[in-house]
Design a binder for this molecule. Structure first.
Ligand code: NAP
Ligand code: GCO
Length: 308
């Protein structure tokens, strides 16, 4: 009991007269937060991971990481909307959700088009309800040595991977403020922390996305909006397929072997590896986690690398 008490500031666990006097000076939401009596821990209770009744928009969720995250949020009870920028991809996504038995609203909407994003969010509000959870997942990469890269290519990557999350977040934040809560999850990258050859634009965008995450948390935390990032390690999707292509002699791609050696888990991640972290960051269980980047990388960032 003593150790539980030590974990919380005094006003949170001591239901004394002075505590109630302190409540009176706080907003209704803060008062509600303080009603929990930490002197009586319910050892059988789980934190609330349920997303029952929540509305989630996952951008670029026709396949790959976005689809896996949307599936997990649906499994936890959320109603799902997704978008992508190409008609063939939209159809592919709609087919995938139908096969999974997940009701979904799919939109053809480029995340860089501010007007289209605003219209999509308005339609989601009118049909499913206002967005409680936004996952900024849509993204592209161009692997081009920097001295050969056209500024136009650099701008396109930054536009989709960084300006897109700004536009989508901006579109849902007013509804979250009205509702009194909201969760924004930005899909970052190893390249939010590390650089490597050929990915200058992607690294610049994903590094920027990490800081956009912290800034949204800072600017809107007092509205009970949590904005966190997930930083996937190397995940086997179509985006990374060229890095895993078998060599003509059937052996592994050198980059594939490099990643296995760089990852303490000694494997590539799968989209499913991101499901639990996404549900956690979308749920009440993470209500005091804000501006954090949760790296889901099999240990890459912790590891100095295999000794020769
Ligand atoms: P993916 O397989 O290439 O899927 C990307 C999705 O984004 C597609 O549905 C795509 O559909 C959509 N998209 C692309 N441009 C868009 C735009 N302008 N507007 C709307 N949607 C757009 O990628 P992934 O590997 O699943 O990665 C998903 C996210 O995780 C990306 O942000 C990526 O950078 C990040 N990430 C991936 C890895 C990895 O190892 N795979 C690791 C770290 C982070 P359309 O083409 O139809 O638009
Ligand atoms: C690359 C990769 C990466 C990953 C991912 C790592 O070319 O290095 O595509 O950037 O996709 O973002 O976390």
């Amino acid at each position: 009991m003593t150790s539980i008490r030590r974990c919380y500031p005094a006003v949170r666990y001591a239901p004394t007269d002075s505590t109630f006097a302190f409540h009176a000076t706080l907003s209704p939401r803060q008062q509600t937060d303080l009603t929990h009596d930490y002197t009586k821990p319910n050892l059988t209770a789980m934190p609330n991971f349920s997303l029952e009744g929540k509305v989630a928009l996952v951008t670029g969720a026709a396949y790959g990481i976005g689809l896996a995250i949307a599936k997990a949020l649906a499994g936890a009870g959320a109603k799902i909307a997704f978008n992508c920028s190409r008609p063939t991809t939209l159809q592919r996504g709609l087919d995938a959700y139908r096969e999974l038995g997940i009701p979904v609203r799919g939109y053809l909407c480029d995340v860089t088009d501010e007007k289209a994003v605003a219209e999509m969010v308005a339609d989601i509000e009118a049909t499913l309800g206002s967005v409680d959870i936004l996952v900024n997942n849509a993204g592209i990469i161009k692997r081009i040595p920097m001295e050969e890269m056209a500024a136009e290519d650099f701008r396109r990557v930054v536009d989709i991977d960084l300006v897109g999350p700004f536009i989508c977040s901006k579109a849902v934040i007013p509804g979250m403020i009205r509702k009194g809560h909201g969760k924004i999850i930005n899909i970052c990258s190893m390249m939010s922390e590390l650089g490597r050859e050929t990915v200058s634009a992607y690294a610049a965008a994903k590094g920027g996305l990490k800081m956009l995450t912290r800034n949204i948390a800072s600017e809107y935390g007092h509205y009970n909006i949590q904005c966190n990032g997930i930083g996937p390690g190397y995940i086997a999707t179509e985006q990374t397929a060229p890095l895993r292509e078998r060599q003509p002699d059937g052996s592994r791609h050198p980059f594939d072997s490099f990643i296995i050696a760089k990852t303490p888990a000694e494997r590539w991640g799968t989209p499913a590896d991101l499901e639990g972290p996404a549900v956690f960051l979308a749920s009440e269980a993470s209500d005091f986690v804000n501006g954090h980047i949760l790296y889901v990388d099999g240990g890459i960032l912790a590891y100095i690398g295999k000794q020769p």
